[in-house]
Write a protein that binds this ligand. Structure first.
Ligand code: HXC
Length: 185
């Protein structure tokens, strides 16, 4: 069967049953996770979750990043009412509810919400140029989409604190070393 390519505003979906590849598609903004992109992503993953022809979802980014985090420009123009009415965290809850396995295929930057998005996935495959980090502290906020908890579970409390409190980026190689070798057959 030919690949089916479906373009949404901020998402490109390639279906090759039983695999679906979902690309974040705002390369000009390093796939910054705007409200519109997050809605597109949640809708797309929910649809794939219900699709009997799809068994696994791969999540990747177009351009030179996986995702450089929440959309800082959009956030800086938002007030409290916007945050409530746009239900930003609700979209993250929708992603967490996906039952099919989701594999993050990470290249380039996976920062802030981008790192949290990778951490929500069930497996992370990182290319050698991948850079992970929680740089929120550098703009005066903390990781707000579960990153503090998931990162601590992945690399332990002290490494997670160091990464979140310094905002430094870690390479794919360092991330791999922090996680240790997978238990394998
Ligand atoms: C909006 C962003 C963006 C972001 C990059 N861009 N990151 N726009 N939100 N998070 C835009 C830039 O403004 C620029 O647009 C274009 O993408 C290319 O970025 P450059 O900075 O020119 O690229 P480069 O010099 O290579 O630097 C890449 C970078 C840097 C190191 C990733 O862009 C950066 O530090 N970005 C912010 C990363 C960050 O702080 N993430 C955490 C966000 S807070 P123009 O139009 O100027 O060309 C967060 C909270 C999550 O994620 C909470 C969840 C609820």
């Amino acid at each position: 069967m030919n690949d089916q390519i479906i373009a949404r505003e901020f998402i490109e979906l390639v279906k090759k049953p039983p695999i679906a590849v979902v690309f974040l598609n705002r390369p000009e903004a390093l796939n910054a996770l705007s409200v519109g992109l997050m809605r597109n992503l949640a809708e797309t993953l929910e649809e794939l979750d219900k699709d009997d022809n799809i068994g696994v979802i791969v999540l990747s980014g177009k351009g030179r990043a996986f995702a450089a985090g929440a959309d800082i420009k959009e956030m800086s123009g938002a007030n409290e009412d916007d945050f409530i009415s746009q239900d930003r965290l609700g979209n993250w809850d929708r992603l967490r509810s996906i039952k099919k396995p989701v594999i993050a295929a990470v290249h380039g930057f996976a920062l802030g919400g981008g790192c949290e998005l990778a951490l929500i996935c069930d497996i992370i495959i990182a290319s050698e140029d991948a850079q992970f980090g929680q740089p929120e502290i550098l703009i005066g906020v903390m990781p707000g989409a579960g990153g503090t908890q998931r990162l601590a579970r992945a690399v332990g409390k002290y490494r997670a604190m160091e990464i979140a409190l310094t905002g430094r980026r870690i390479t794919a190689q360092e991330a791999h070393a922090l996680l240790g070798e997978p238990e394998c057959c």
